[in-house]
Each structure stands twice: as structure tokens, then as C-alpha cells.
Design a protein around this ligand. Structure first.
Ligand SMILES: [Zn+2]
Length: 462
């Protein structure tokens, strides 16, 4: 007779010695001298004072640091880190900038995306991010069909949560040549395939898909309409660029007879399952429609400044009820993917528009956490540290050289030079400890990445 099987032991992680625990709970509590216990990937309990004495628990020392909910990146083009600070486009606005780097990618492969995604995810994790999206739209017509699979696999290799946004272009133009476009039936079939292979709708999900036609100029009305129809049938989210520049609005009126957002809205692109990248140039009636329908925005302040695109109306959108999350945007227009730095820049840029009282450090952290979770459909399990939610935690050193002497360490996290994490926990598992990503040979990865980047640069610059 076999002995009775014993119940599986819960996986428990105790984070102790937290100087400031920024919960982002409904009361926005910040706990001093705190601890957090995770069990089977979820927050079991948290509190102040001496940590509970427990057996069979993995312990993580926060060294008095600041713990926040894992931050959320809601817009990126990770492949572009192979063309950071690319000289020919270093000082151009959006459309010539785009035209200047698209030729680089004609021979882009899944291996290239794997490498770029690992670098981008490592960068994001060290800046406090536990959930990222990637809007990938480079699918050379005669290349491999399964490019985005490499993105999912690379993110999984580092343990970060990932939303692969299946980008697409079906209308050739001066900017997006024929080789970079695909037929709509090919695009929709790949969306379905990726959904079936990778999309996990469960509350603990580490991998999801979103459908993401690139822009109104690269994608037909049917493309937008059919993508929305399939997404709603499969219950996945929708993402695209909208309202990034003034020329985009003018061209849409000229060629489509309508500004981009009302055009998209007519095709089904509004609602709380849609989030739009940038969302800068909306008029008052568009802001009212966006907020009434709870359509989300991914605000990308560094990229918007780099390309001189304009300033998003963050406070108008947030006060009306739309989630406005943060996005580092592609690394050819940022040119770094540091999420905490994006929160700092969002605060500074909103103050440029409306004055010093327009945004507090707490509100910038809300955008990096709660609004990010909302835009990616994860409000129920991510974005705050509360009992029962996922144990995704970023732990930053309390003070470093660039924040030494700070009166309020939590404010300093946003107001001072953006720092890197000491530790990062995803679903109760330690993914970064003492500033090192577990299982990753970073120097080796960067060596391969630089070599690959040179291959692209040399291919264009003779
Ligand atoms: Zn973008």
C-alpha cells in the first residue's frame, strides 16, 4: 500500500526589513519598517514591526529599501534597441525619423527579436518593471512568420510578465515599403495562432497577446475593424498609435476625411479594452469621448520630448476617468528603457504644462503601477500590494549618491535621478537580487547584442 501523499508545501517568500512599503492600496498607505509575506505567488499578508518567524520560508532582505508594486510598461518597440542613438535619425521628428530607420530591418529575424527582447526586458526589470508590453510591427514579407514567438520566449526566459502586441501594417507607403507590409488575412491568421499558442487569460497570467495595427496610415479601415472583431471574439485587448503628432491629424483629415481618433472610434476602437500609444493631440471633444468610454492612453514622455511631438493632456484624461499609464516607447526614440525615469519625466513634463502643483510624486507612481495594470486589463491582480493580489514587488535602495540627504525617500524615488532596483520579485519569485538578474550572463548578452546591432548599422551605412 502506498503511503498517503502529503499536501504540497506552499511556496513562501518573506520580504523583511522594508524601510518604506508603498502599497498603492485604496488608502494609498505607505508602511514604515515593514514586511511582506508571499505565498504561492500571491501577497498573503503584510505589516509593520518585526517580521513573523516562520519555517520553510525563503527570506529576502530589503536592506531598508523602498518597496513598490511591480511597475508596468505599456508601450515599447523592443527591436529598436538595436538602433539606439542612430545618427541619421538622431534629430528628426516622427515621420522622417520613422522613414530613416525602417530600412534597417529588412532582414530582421526571430533571433534578432529574441536578443533585443532579452536586453529590453533586463533593462526594464532593473528599473522596477514586472509587466511589460511590446508592440512589434516588423514582419518582413519574405521572412519567418513566427517572429513574435521569439519575444514571448525571451521574456519568459527572464521571468518578466509580457504582453506581446501583434503589430501590423497592410498599406505600403513611402515610409513602410512593400517588404514591410502583410496581407490582412495573413495578419489575422497570425493573431489567432499567437492567441492559441501563448495567450493565458488566467488571473496569474505571465503571457498575453494584444492585437495592434500600427497607425491609420499603415493600416486600412478593414484592418482596424477586423482586428477589433477578432479581439472581442477572443476577449483580448487592442492597442495602436494615435494622436502622436499634428501632421498625423492633418493628413488624416486630408486623406480619411476625419481626425484619427473619431475615425478609429467608428471602427470599434474605443472602450476599456483599448489603449492608445501617445495620445497627445486630442481636442476637447475627443478627450470627452475618450474619458466617457474609459479608453486608455500610454503616455511616453521621454519619446515625446525626444521627437518634439508635444505634451499629452495627462491630467485632463486622468481626471475624466481614462487610465493614463507609462510607456518607455521604442529605444530608437527614447533611447533608454528605464521605467522609473519615465515616471519622473511624466511628472516634470506635466508640470511644464500646468505648473508645479499639477502632479505629485504619488500620482506619478500611480501611473507607473495602477494605471498600467488597468490598461493591460490586470487591475484585479496587479498594480498594488494588497492581500490576495500577485506578489510583484520592486525594491529600490532607500538612498544612493543621487538621492542622499532626501527628506522623503518615497518622493525622492521620483524626484531624484532614477535609480535601479536592488531586488525584483515576480509572482513571489526573486528575479533580481543585489542588482543582478538571476540566471542571466549580462556581459555575454550585451556582447552579442552589440555585435548584432553593428550588423544592422553596417547594412545601412556603407
Ligand atoms: Zn510607438
Amino acid at each position: 500500500m502506498n503511503p498517503p501523499a502529503s499536501a504540497p508545501q506552499p511556496q513562501r517568500l518573506l520580504i523583511r526589513n522594508i524601510g518604506h512599503l508603498v502599497t498603492m492600496d485604496p488608502q494609498r498607505r505607505v508602511l514604515r519598517d515593514a514586511w511582506l509575506l508571499a505565498e504561492n505567488g500571491r501577497v498573503h499578508s503584510l505589516g509593520t514591526g518585526p517580521a513573523p518567524r516562520l519555517r520553510g520560508v525563503t527570506s529576502l532582505d530589503a536592506h531598508g529599501g523602498i518597496a513598490t508594486p511591480g511597475m508596468v510598461n505599456t508601450h515599447h518597440h523592443m527591436f529598436q534597441n538595436l538602433a539606439r542613438a542612430f545618427t541619421p535619425i538622431a534629430s528628426l521628428p516622427l515621420l522622417p525619423w520613422l522613414a530613416g530607420h525602417i530600412p534597417l530591418w529588412k532582414n530582421f529575424t526571430p533571433d534578432d527579436l529574441f536578443l533585443a527582447t532579452q536586453v529590453a526586458c533586463a533593462e526594464l526589470m532593473l528599473s522596477g518593471c514586472t509587466l511589460t508590453s511590446d508592440h512589434h510591427y516588423i514582419f518582413p514579407r519574405h521572412g519567418a512568420h513566427d517572429i513574435l514567438d521569439a519575444g514571448f520566449n525571451a521574456a519568459a526566459s527572464l521571468g518578466i510578465r509580457y504582453v506581446g502586441c501583434r503589430g501590423s501594417v497592410n498599406l505600403p507607403s513611402d515610409i513602410m515599403p512593400d517588404w514591410s507590409c502583410q496581407d490582412l488575412d495573413v495578419i489575422l491568421a497570425d493573431c489567432q495562432r499567437l492567441h492559441d499558442r501563448f495567450h493565458d487569460p488566467s488571473p496569474d497570467s505571465r503571457a498575453q497577446i494584444a492585437f495592434a495595427p500600427c497607425t491609420v496610415f499603415g493600416c486600412s479601415g478593414e484592418h482596424y475593424k477586423e482586428s477589433a472583431r477578432l479581439a472581442r471574439h477572443l476577449k483580448v485587448r487592442l492597442h495602436t498609435h494615435c494622436g502622436e503628432t499634428i501632421p498625423e491629424n492633418k493628413d488624416a483629415v486630408k486623406h480619411l476625411g476625419c481626425r484619427p481618433f473619431p475615425y478609429m472610434a467608428r471602427l470599434g476602437w474605443e472602450g476599456d479594452d483599448v489603449w492608445l500609444a501617445h495620445g497627445i493631440h486630442f481636442n476637447n471633444s475627443e478627450v470627452a469621448r475618450l474619458t466617457r468610454t474609459r479608453t486608455g492612453i500610454a503616455h511616453c514622455p521621454v519619446s515625446n520630448m525626444r521627437l518634439g511631438s508635444g505634451i499629452c493632456r495627462v491630467n485632463d484624461l486622468r481626471s475624466g476617468g481614462s487610465p493614463v499609464s507609462l510607456g518607455v516607447d521604442g529605444s530608437a526614440s527614447n533611447d533608454s528603457g528605464h521605467l522609473l525615469n519615465e515616471a519622473r519625466t511624466a511628472l516634470l513634463l506635466t508640470r511644464v504644462l500646468h505648473g508645479a502643483e499639477a502632479m505629485t510624486p504619488e500620482q506619478a507612481l500611480e501611473m507607473a503601477t495602477l494605471d498600467g495594470a488597468r490598461n493591460l486589463g490586470r487591475s484585479a491582480d496587479l498594480g498594488s500590494l494588497e492581500s490576495g493580489k500577485c506578489a510583484d514587488v520592486a525594491i529600490f535602495p532607500e538612498q544612493d549618491l543621487f538621492s542622499s540627504g532626501a527628506h522623503n525617500p518615497v518622493h525622492a524615488l521620483v524626484l531624484c535621478h532614477a535609480r535601479q532596483v536592488d531586488s525584483l520579485v515576480v509572482h513571489g519569485q526573486v528575479r533580481v537580487e543585489n542588482g543582478q538578474i538571476s540566471g542571466l550572463d549580462l556581459p555575454r548578452l550585451l556582447s552579442r547584442h552589440r555585435k548584432t546591432a553593428r550588423r544592422f548599422h553596417d547594412g545601412l551605412i556603407k
